[in-house]
Design a protein around this ligand. Structure first.
Ligand SMILES: Nc1ncnc2c1ncn2[C@@H]1O[C@H](COP(=O)(O)OP(=O)(O)OP(=O)(O)O)[C@@H](O)[C@H]1O
Length: 952
């Protein structure tokens, strides 16, 4: 609306100058009109003032210095008269427009005013809300010790592995999670690991897996089938994990890791699968796609399933794919006939008799007994499951209940180093049974819980850290010396027996021991007879209640979050209109002025925001704009004029006129001397990453940013999980995260492996209390001084004599760039609209602090360098065919109708955890991370058919 007002004034001035040529008033007296509120009411009030000023305009001198005059940006005079008369109509007939949408009329008028180039009244520092200084509460953050002081030699590992770690990975000391997890994984146990970001979880599971595989005799080869499946949520993490496996198998070249995360066509991946892999690393969508469409993928020999970032994998969008993978492993293993003699004969690959094969088997069993039980798991029909994350959710608890047997829970936070072993259940249950028995005898005996609490296991479950270290872990001691397979077999038999008993009692035949079958049966029972179903639940509770469950439940309920102590966490409260310039300032300060060369990650809410901001910031800060303009000019001369629609013509003309104007200076209205608004380009590498980018580009960006010594990465939450980019020393959350968990993972991209890092959370004044939410989760942040936040811009606009003027110069340039072409404007509007949508979709848990109703959308538009009203922007977005309207789903691999029918994990877990589990809504509203990245198979076949037809 500023612009509207400004152009009206200018239009009048020109008309009247033409008529009279008399000057009575200086132009500067009317150039800084106060900003009217964007409502019809205000305009109606303002209008008579302009009418009264008519005489002054008539008497204006035509020879006013050009620098002081607002530019009309190519808008023809006739247009201005139309506008003027329209406005008069509006104001004078205000009462008569009842049935029309008054706001829309204004917006339409405003749209006709495009483009708003040239002179501009900056309101960057006007009408901003006060920045609250909320201080900080005394929060004692949970601290996790990263290194233990012990070395890899202290573990029972192959000497080649240790040498490889020293020489090729330069790793010597053990991290806490590695020290605790490696021995347990080597035992072949199912493990759930929680440990802070950057604490070395990947090596904690990869190293023992390689150890278990290399010990198999005769040596495995790639034709022996997929022994290990590692599922991770993003393609970048898949590449990273695969690369670690490649490094770890160097001394054991017969183990072949493989990657299924895109980058290649389905055909190439199929060929790789046919050739054979020992370890498969991939994203859920991609693996699932091959499960559906590639015959050579088979999990019959899979002895180990790893779900990294388990809580993320259970978000909506991934859950069904993960469920399908777990089911496939179970089904393939069930269908396979386990014949060790046949396996030996196949592996040895020469004609051996059965006796010889038995001899080899016995020798190898002897050999493997000396080593790890994990090796035996690989040779059996069993499966080890490893779940990992820095944060736990109820969905993970649920998954643990479904997929794990006798699991161990390892939590390395705050000296707890909790290792809760479910095998203690038998003792606990025994105690309970004893108590129940005693209770029958005497009602005066102490209650059950009191008795059990005295046991060692209960101490562990209650997080009694005094006795709870690695040495005193009863679970492991209890397990030592026992054959894992025997234990599992016994337990399993018991469980199956009880299940089958219950099931047959209820008249349903099932010989299945799979969790899925169990739940299918359970659901059917529930539907038939709810009471009987409850009976199963109760039976299960008594059988399986154990310290693992207790410890996990406590961890999920407490939901306290751990972040590396080496990260300096701050929050910065910035009024909406100043957000974009503050972002520029922080980037300059960190990536340009920092002599050491900073590497920074900026998290934004949507893919459109990432695209737009990375382009805009690169253009404005590095002076790329000039180069682009030159290129565009060249193209224009080279390309013959195309036929255009009326609309196109209009926009083209407007664009031309704006370019003409901008050839003088962009900042005449802001400064006495035009050069004050000039920006000095800086040397900055800008990268962008989000889930909707073409796969090759994504990988390229990821690898380039990893290798870069300095630079800026603007990304969505797709980069928030697991990515290990060296030397990232600042993480800026430009948009508030959707949960405290997301906050932790974003911050976790810095301060990895005990390195120093910093994290800034940028909040609006209305969002300030979000910090309290984080403090409740034991996250400590300090408030940053906002008065200093624009200082760095002075190096960008050296002629500006203070930070505020520099900010105005930068904002003006940003706005100018955003309005320099209709493509820019379309991109900006898309970004703005996607952000508004994102904002109104914050999960309920955080909506009280991140409340869309508190937003001033007019100010928000300014933060996107836009000059239009939110209504006009919304209309533009509505008519924009490129604007994504729906949340992405796994639409490339699975059709929508199919998707609805696909079973996920059961939502209600009877027994162990006994409550309803709702998976958290994914925060990646606009990312297509869930896609496998492969085209639908039908299209592929159709193409083939089409080609065949044509060739005939
Ligand atoms: N023993 C070790 N000594 C030194 N550095 C290590 C050691 N183990 C792992 N690292 C390094 O620590 C960094 C973080 O490791 P990793 O990516 O496995 O962390 P993470 O716990 O999986 O993090 P996130 O939760 O973010 O996924 C990596 O750069 C890795 O090379």
């Amino acid at each position: 609306m500023d612009d509207l007002q400004l152009n009206i004034s200018a239009a009048k001035k020109i008309n009247r100058n033409k008529k009279s040529g008399i000057n009575q008033k200086h132009a500067s007296e009317y150039k800084f009109l106060s900003k009217p509120v964007v409502t019809g009411k205000i305009i109606a009030r303002k209008r008579p003032q302009n009418v009264r000023n008519t005489t002054t305009f008539i008497n204006r001198n035509t020879e006013e210095p050009p620098l002081k005059v607002a530019k009309v940006s190519g808008a023809p005079v006739v247009k201005s008269i139309d506008l003027e008369s329209n406005l008069r109509d509006l104001s004078e007939n205000k009462g008569k427009f009842k049935e029309k949408n008054y706001q829309e009329l204004i917006d339409n008028l405003q749209i006709k005013q495009k483009p708003r180039s040239g002179a501009w009244i900056s309101s960057l520092f006007k009408n901003n809300p006060d920045v609250p200084h909320i201080g900080q509460k005394a929060v004692k953050p949970i601290v996790e010790k990263v290194f233990t002081g012990q070395t890899f030699i202290d573990l029972d590992l192959h000497p080649h592995s240790i040498a490889n770690l020293h020489q090729n990975l330069n790793l010597k000391q053990l991290m806490t999670v590695q020290q605790n997890a490696i021995p347990v994984i080597l035992q072949g146990r199912d493990v759930l690991i929680r440990s802070q970001t950057g604490s070395g979880k990947t090596l904690a599971y990869a190293l023992p897996i390689i150890e278990g595989l290399q010990a198999i005799r005769p040596k495995i080869n790639r034709h022996d089938g997929i022994k290990v499946v590692v599922v991770v949520p993003t393609r970048e993490l898949a590449v990273q994990t695969y690369e670690l496996f490649v490094k770890l198998v160097k001394p054991f070249i017969w183990i072949v890791p493989g990657l299924l995360s895109g980058g290649q066509k389905r055909k190439a991946e199929k060929a790789r699968l046919r050739k054979g892999l020992s370890i498969l690393v991939g994203t859920p969508g991609r693996i699932n796609d091959h499960l559906r469409h590639t015959h050579s993928i088979n999990f019959a020999k899979t002895g180990c399933l790893v779900l990294d970032e388990a809580d993320r994998l259970l978000d909506m969008g991934y859950e069904k794919d993960v469920a399908a993978i777990v089911k496939a492993i179970e089904d393939h293993k069930k269908a396979a006939t386990y014949d060790p003699i046949a396996l030996i004969k196949q592996t040895v690959k020469k004609n051996v008799t059965n006796d010889e094969a038995t001899k080899i088997l016995n020798e190898n069993v002897e050999e493997s007994k000396v080593k790890h039980y994990l090796t035996e798991v690989f040779l059996s029909k069993e499966r080890q499951t490893i779940l990992l994350s820095a944060t736990l959710t109820k969905a993970v608890e649920n998954l643990a209940g479904i997929t794990m047997q006798d699991p161990v829970f390892i939590d390395t936070s705050e000296g707890k180093v909790l290792v809760a072993d479910s095998l203690k259940q038998h003792e606990v249950v025994d105690n309970k049974e004893q108590n129940i028995n005693t209770k029958v005898k005497s009602d005066t005996d102490p209650p059950l819980n009191n008795t059990v609490a005295k046991t060692e296991e209960e101490k562990i479950a209650n997080h009694d850290t005094s006795t709870n270290n690695y040495e005193t872990r009863k679970g492991l001691k209890a397990f030592k010396g026992l054959n894992h397979l025997n234990l599992q077999d016994n337990d399993k038999d018991k469980n199956i027996e009880s299940l089958v008993n219950v099931v047959s009692k209820n008249g349903i035949d099932s010989d299945s021991d799979s969790d899925y079958e169990y739940f299918k049966v359970q659901k059917e029972l529930e539907a038939k007879n709810p009471k009987k179903a409850v009976q199963i639940e109760e039976t299960q509770v008594v059988e399986t209640e154990n310290i693992f469950v207790e410890a996990l439940k406590t961890a999920v309920v407490e939901d306290e979050l751990v972040l590396p102590a080496t990260v300096n966490q701050k929050f910065l409260i910035v009024p909406m209109k100043l957000r974009l310039v503050t972002l520029c300032s922080l980037i300059i300060e960190h990536c340009v002025l920092n002599k050491k060369g900073g590497k920074m990650i900026v998290f934004m809410a949507t893919t459109e925001m990432v695209d737009y901001h990375s382009e805009l910031l690169e253009t404005v800060l590095t002076g790329k704009e000039a180069k682009v303009k030159k290129k565009a000019a060249k193209n224009k001369t080279a390309n013959p004029k195309k036929r255009k629609t009326n609309d196109d013509d209009r926009e083209e003309n407007e664009h031309k006129s704006s370019s003409r104007e901008n050839s003088d200076s962009d900042f005449e209205m802001e400064y006495d001397s035009p050069e004050e608004g000039g920006l000095v380009p800086v040397d900055l590498d800008v990268f962008s990453l989000h889930g909707s980018m073409p796969h090759e580009r994504r990988m390229e960006v990821f690898k380039q940013f990893r290798a870069a010594r300095r630079g800026l990465l603007i990304c969505t939450d797709v980069a928030a999980r697991g990515l290990d980019v060296p030397r990232v020393d600042l993480v800026l959350q430009y948009c508030a995260p959707a949960s405290a968990t997301d906050y932790v993972h974003r911050v976790g991209r810095t301060g990895r492996a005990a390195q120093v890092g910093a994290a800034i959370l940028m909040l609006l004044p209305s969002e300030a209390e979000f910090v309290r939410h984080l403090e409740q989760k034991r996250i400590r942040l300090r408030q940053s001084d906002e008065s200093q936040s624009l200082e760095a811009l002075r190096s960008l606009a050296p002629a500006a004599n203070n930070a505020a003027r520099a900010a105005i110069a930068v904002q003006t340039r940003l706005e100018h760039t955003a309005h320099s072409h209709r493509d820019w404007l379309a991109r900006a509007s898309r970004a703005f609209t996607s952000w508004v949508r994102f904002y109104s979709g914050y999960p309920r848990e955080v909506r009280m602090w991140l409340d869309a109703r508190q937003l001033h959308l007019g100010h928000a538009a300014k933060a996107f360098a836009l000059r239009e009203t939110p209504a006009a922007l919304a209309r533009r977005a509505k008519s924009d065919p490129n604007m994504k309207k729906e949340r992405p789903m796994n639409r490339l691999t699975v059709r929508e109708e199919e998707e609805k029918k696909r079973p996920g994990f059961p939502k209600v877990k009877p027994g162990l955890f006994g409550h309803r589990v709702m998976n958290k809504q994914s925060s990646m509203h606009t990312a297509s991370e869930f896609d496998s990245g492969l085209p639908p198979v039908d299209t592929y076949n159709q193409k083939k058919k089409f080609k065949n037809k044509r060739s005939k």
